[in-house]
Design a protein around this ligand. Structure first.
Ligand SMILES: Nc1nc2ncc(COP(=O)(O)O)nc2c(=O)[nH]1
Length: 268
C-alpha cells in the first residue's frame, strides 16, 4: 500500500504532494515501483495537527482519486469522515482506510457497507485518552486485539462483509515506541481476529528514536527506509496482508527476499 499524502502537514512528506498533479504523479510512481494499492489521504494525523474542514479534505483528495482511478489504479481513501468516504467511493476508490476504526464518524461504516467497499479498521484510542498522554494499556497487545475486535463487530453490524475487512494495530497512534515494538513482536496475536492485517511503520518516529545518533538526535524521517525495509521483512514473516509505505520499491525488495526465502525447496 503506497502512501499518497495530499496534505500540507503530514509528518514526513507534508506539502510535497499537495499539488494534485504532483500527487497523481507520485501515485503512478508508486505503482511503477510495484505498489498494489494507493492510499490517498487529505488529513494529517500527526499529533497536534489541526483538522481540515470537510470541504478542504474533499478538495484535496477527490481530484487525485479521480485521476488515479482513471489511470486504472486501485485506490483506498485514508479518511475518518463519512462525507469524504462517500465521495471517494463514488469516484472509484475501492477501500476506506479509517485510522479511527469508525469511532471518529460511525456513519463511515454505513457508507462502506452501502457501497460494498473494503474497509481497514485501524486501532486508535479516543481523543480524550490521547490527550491524557499515551493511552493507558494494561497489556497493549491484548487491549489492541480486544478493541479492534469491537471495531470489527461494529463494522459487521453495519453490514460490511467479513471478506471486505482488514485490521491494523495503528502503530504510533496513542502508543509509545515500546507499545509499537510490543505490537510488532506479537503481530501473531491479531490472528484471533481472522482478518487480513495491515501494518504502517513507514518513517514513524519510533524508528527515528531507535536510530538516533550518539547525541540523541533522532534519525531524520527520510533516512528511515532501510529500517522500514527490515520491519517489512518482519511483518511479511508474520504473515501480514499488506504494509503501508512511502517508498514502495524498497518494501518490494524486502518482500521479494522473503518470498524467495519461503520458497519450498522442491520448487527451487
Ligand atoms: N491504516 C493505517 N493508516 C495510516 N494512516 C496514516 C498514518 C500516519 O502516517 P503518514 O502521516 O505517513 O501517512 N499511519 C497509518 C497507519 O499506520 N495505518
Amino acid at each position: 500500500m503506497g502512501v499518497v499524502n495530499v496534505t500540507p502537514d503530514s509528518f514526513s512528506d507534508g506539502g510535497r504532494w499537495l499539488d494534485p498533479d504532483l500527487a497523481v504523479a507520485r501515485g503512478l510512481q508508486l505503482l511503477e515501483e510495484g505498489a498494489d494499492l494507493l492510499d490517498v489521504g487529505g488529513e494529517s494525523t500527526r499529533p497536534g495537527a489541526t483538522r481540515p474542514l470537510v470541504v478542504e479534505e474533499l478538495d484535496r483528495v477527490l481530484p487525485v482519486i479521480e485521476a488515479l482511478v482513471a489511470e486504472g489504479a486501485p485506490v483506498s481513501v485514508d479518511t475518518m469522515r463519512s462525507e469524504v468516504a462517500a465521495a471517494a467511493l463514488e469516484r472509484g476508490a475501492r477501500m476506506v482506510n479509517d485510522v479511527s476504526g469508525g469511532l471518529g464518524d460511525p456513519a463511515v461504516l454505513d457508507v462502506v457497507a452501502d457501497a460494498d467497499a473494503a474497509y481497514v479498521a485501524m486501532h486508535w484510542r479516543a481523543h480524550a485518552d490521547v490527550m491524557a498522554g499515551h493511552a493507558r494499556y494494561d497489556d497493549v497487545v491484548a487491549d489492541v486485539v480486544t478493541e479492534l475486535g469491537q471495531r470489527v463487530d461494529a463494522a459487521l453490524a453495519a453490514g460490511i462483509d467479513a471478506d471486505r475487512l482488514a485490521v491494523d494495530p495503528g502503530l504510533g497512534f496513542a502508543k509509545t515506541a515500546d507499545h509499537n515494538w510490543a505490537l510488532l513482536r506479537r503481530l501473531d496475536a491479531l490472528a484471533v481476529l481472522d482478518l487480513p492485517v495491515l501494518v504502517g511503520s513507514s518513517r514513524k518516529s519510533f524508528l527515528g528514536t531507535l536510530l538516533a545518533s550518539a547525541d540523541g538526535t533522532p534519525r531524520p524521517a527520510l533516512e528511515r527506509e532501510d529500517a522500514n525495509a527490515a520491519l517489512t521483512t518482519v511483518a511479511a514473516l508474520a504473515g501480514v496482508w499488506a504494509v503501508r509505505v512511502h517508498e514502495a520499491g524498497k518494501a518490494l525488495d524486502a518482500l521479494r527476499v522473503v518470498e524467495r526465502w519461503l520458497l519450498p525447496e522442491d520448487q527451487e
